[in-house]
Design a protein. Sequence first.
Length: 413
Amino acid sequence: MAASPAPVKAPPKPTWEPKPQDSPYPWLRPTIRIRLTLLYGGMFLIAGILLLSIIYMLAAQALNDAGGLVFEVRGTNVQISSDVCPQLSSALNNSQLNEAIKECTAAQRQHALDSLLNRSLLALVGLSIIAFAFGYAMAGRVLAPLGRITRTARRVAGTDLTRRIELDGPDDELKELADTFDEMLDRLERAFTAQQRFVGNASHELRTPLAINRTLLEVHLSDPEAPPELHQLGRTLLATNERSEQLVEGLLLLARSENQIVERKPVDLAEVADRAIDQARSEAATKGVDIRGERASAVVQGNGVLLERIALNLVQNAVRYNVAEGGWVEVTTELRPGQALLTVSNTGPVVPAYEIDNLFEPFRRLRTERTGSDKGVGLGLSIARSVARAHGGRIIAEPREGGGLVMRVTLPV
C-alpha cells in the first residue's frame, strides 16, 4: 500500500512590525524643546555645583587659616563660661581649658561651613528651578517657527496643498527652512493638479472608445442572421473589451486612491464587508467556496465606496485563488483600541513569504508577471493598499498554515 504524501508545510511567516501607538503620556515625548530645556538646565546645574564646591573649599580654607587658637589662658583661678560651649566651665586647669576652647572653635567653624552648605544648596535648588523654567520658555520661543512649520505640514497631510508657512522674521536657518518648504509645496500642488487633470481627461478619453466598441459588438451579436463564427468572434472581442474596461477602471481608481481622503463620513466595516460578500457570493457558489466569519461593528471615518472596494477586492481574490474542493473564505471585522480591523483569510495554494510583497505590485500575481488569466487584471491588491494608505491605515498579508493567505486591513477610528 502506497504511503500517503506528507502534508505540505507553509513557509515561515514573516514578522511584521506593529504600528506604533500614540503614547498615553505625550508630555513625556523627548521633544527638542524638552531636550534643550534639559541641556540648558543641566549646564546651569553643573556650573552651580562647581561654583558651590569652589566657594565651599575657599570658605573652609579661610576658616582654617583664621580659626587657629590665637590666645591662651594662663594664670590660676580663671573661670570661663559660655552658652555655646558649655564644656568650658568643666575645665579643671588651664590645659583642659585651652583644649576645650580649641574644640569649641573647631565645632563652631564646622557649624558655619554646614550652614553655608545648606543655604547654598537651597539657593542652588531655587535657581535651578528658575533656570529650567527660563530654559523651557526660551526653547519654546526659539522653536516657535518649527511648531508653525509642523502645523502647516499637518494641514498639508490632509491634502490642503494651498497652505503655506510664510514665516516672517530674521533671515536665519529657520526662515530658510520655511521658505524651502513653501517652494516644495508649490511644486507638489502643481504636480497634484496636473495629476488630477490627467486622471479626469484619461477617464473620458479611455472610457469613450471602449464604450463605443462594446455597443457595436453587442449590436452585431444581437443579429440572428450572423454566422456562428462571427458570433464566436464577437463574444471573444466583447470579453477582451470588458477586460480592457476593467483595466482602465482599475488604473483610474488606483490613481485617485493615492491621495488622502478629504471628505470622510462614518462607515461601518461590518456593513462594507457584508456588501462585498453579497457581490462575490454567486462566484463563490460557482467555485464551491464557502464564505463564513463573524463581523462585529467597527465604525471608521472614510469613503464608503473606496472601503467597499478594499473588501470586494480581498474577497474576490480569496475566492478566485482558492482550492478546487472544500475551500473557504473567512471574513471578520473587529474593533480594537484606536483602530478597526478587517481580516480576510482563505484556503489556497502555499504562498512563499518572499512572494508577499510582489502581490501588492500592479500587474503582479503569484509566480507571474503580467495579466494572462481570467482571474482579474492584477490591480486588486494594489488598489486595496492605496485606498488603505489614503485612509491613514495599512494592509498586511501573511501565509496561512496549510496554504492560502491572511489579509489584515487596519484603519484608524
